[in-house]
Write a protein that binds this ligand. Structure first.
Ligand code: NG6
Ligand code: CA
Length: 488
């Protein structure tokens, strides 16, 4: 490999997909042939991580190269929150721009919009376009949060100016003339379970309230296809120059509303079916890459923003239909969890010109992509740029099977776990052990816990009593990292 190279880079990012949720990572009854092929042609990591067990923090890290808890605003955001990445902040897409790439994002954003004066009826200042993306086609937050519209660069797509959009997350300001799940459950196609009792859009009540913008409302059933087509448009438009595409899928986050052609694709109901749909969308994009003869010169990375969950707020029978499926594979916990299932996720790297095929056990984290691609494109980082991002390029080329020495992972609300090559150290946290809504184990306990992941990947034995010195050492290392401004 030469010292500096500029292959195209596509990061495909699932939403709430667990370590065991696709067939190449062990899901027996969820066929994902396109991802399986990607894994066959590339490197399948067994220790690839998101920085957090929820979405906004993980995405923040991916794009800034910073641990999320360094920014107090990096928590799950409502759809009308201001942007949490500053206009002048260093970002991975900006770094790519400096290396001559065209940059684009398609899909889920969830990092805030506007600068505190957000009006969806005006040209929006404070979009992905302000933090390094040349092109963007996004949803503001999540598919269960208002506003349920697509935003094309700085404008809401298909907005009729005579029917302006209003958005609030305050029940006291909710629009009494707009049906909500709470007041009009008879209008629902799928009943909510917890939260999610706001405005009804397409028969599904969402978090938050929205009025107007009728012509702009998205269609949940075709969302996957819309984003895949936009990803393809971006690739086609930029095929003659280096490009970076962040393709942020909405599957399998709730509400799980597959295109009818995927209904019944698995025995697991809507949650399994949207994973198959997701795989189909990815296949569509990768096929186009092949047709354009770009695959050889494109690095494709597939991962997920956090671990899995069955009931995340709708009665969609995910629990009843899960059967023997292990969403997080052998790992304990899932979304919201300090246990491994919260942050260890599928992580595939296909780089035909430089990656070997096979498995990697190197410890890598999505926060590393920034420094890794800076190194690949021959750029050095400023001192405070990407403060927690390690260059793991050698793991991508198969030259290093070890990766990072350690990393800090986040459960919910800045609660941390410290992971090294062998152990996971969970400090004492004053909060529930089980998430009362979802039933997922958040993993908080009043005493610190230690797990030996070499012997006990499922974290069933707390070995804190066996290794007091190790505990002490990891507590000190964690304190040092959290108190310093950077960890690279
Ligand atoms: C939670 C929602 C959950 C999901 C999550 C964000 C409730 C009770 N739960 O607050 O349904 O939307 O936020 O998910 O409202 S994430 O993948 O974007 O982090
Ligand atoms: Ca998520």
């Amino acid at each position: 490999m030469t010292n500096s190279t500029t292959p195209n880079v596509i990061i495909i990012y699932a939403d709430d997909l667990g370590f065991g949720d696709i067939s190449c990572y062990g899901a027996n009854q969820i066929p994902t042939p396109n991802l399986d092929k990607l894994a066959d042609e590339g490197l399948k990591f067994h220790q690839g991580y998101a920085t957090a067990a929820t979405c906004t923090p993980s995405r923040y890290s991916l794009l800034t190269g910073s641990y999320p808890w360094r920014n107090p605003d990096a928590a799950v955001l409502p759809g009308d929150a201001p942007q949490i990445i500053g206009k002048l902040d260093a970002t991975m897409p900006r770094m790519f721009q400096k290396a001559g790439y065209q940059t684009g994002i398609v899909g889920k954003w969830h990092l805030g919009l506007g600068n505190g004066d957000l009006d969806f009826n005006q040209t929006i200042q404070g979009t992905p376009n302000d933090v390094g993306f040349d092109d963007s086609y996004i949803m503001a937050a999540t598919n269960d949060r208002v506003p349920c519209v697509y935003i094309n660069n700085r404008e809401v797509e298909n907005l009729d100016p005579s029917d302006p959009i209003e958005v609030t997350y305050d029940w006291d300001k909710a629009y009494s003339d707009v049906p909500s799940g709470r007041h009009n459950p008879e209008l629902l196609d799928v009943m909510y379970d917890h939260g999610h009792d706001g405005t009804i859009i397409n028969g599904v009540s969402r978090i938050g309230h929205m009025r107007g913008g009728k012509a702009a409302i998205w269609d949940d059933e075709t969302m996957g296809e819309v984003f895949a087509d936009k990803a393809i448009d971006f690739i086609e438009q930029n095929q003659h120059q280096p490009f970076f595409l962040f393709y942020a899928l909405h599957q399998p986050h709730v509400p799980r509303i597959p295109n009818p052609k995927f209904r019944g694709a698995t025995p697991h109901g809507a949650r399994g079916d949207v994973i198959v749909e997701m795989d189909w969308c990815i296949g569509k994009v990768l096929d186009r890459l092949d047709e354009l003869a770009l695959a050889d010169n494109t690095i494709v990375i597939f991962s997920s923003d956090n671990g899995p969950v069955l009931n995340d707020g709708y009665k969609d029978h995910a629990e009843a239909l899960n059967g023997e499926h292990k969403m997080a594979g052998p790992l304990r916990g899932g979304k919201y969890s300090l246990f491994e299932g919260g942050t260890r996720v599928p992580f595939i790297v296909r780089w035909p010109e430089n990656s070997p095929k096979g498995d990697s056990y190197a410890l890598v984290n999505q926060v590393d992509l920034y420094a890794t691609f800076a190194a690949m494109t021959g750029q050095s980082l400023e001192e405070q740029e990407a403060p927690d991002s390690h260059n793991v390029l050698d793991t991508f080329t198969g030259d290093d099977n070890v990766g990072r020495d350690n990393m800090v992972l986040e459960g919910m609300q800045y609660k941390k776990v410290f992971r090294d090559q062998r152990f996971a150290y969970i400090p004492p946290h004053d909060d529930d052990f089980i998430c009362q809504y979802t039933g997922n184990e958040k993993g908080n306990t009043p005493q610190a816990a230690l797990y030996d992941l070499h012997d006990d990947i499922g974290q069933v034995r707390n070995v804190a009593d066996l290794y007091p010195e190790k505990m002490q050492q990891m507590a000190e290392q964690l304190a040092e990292i959290t108190q310093s401004k950077r960890s690279r």
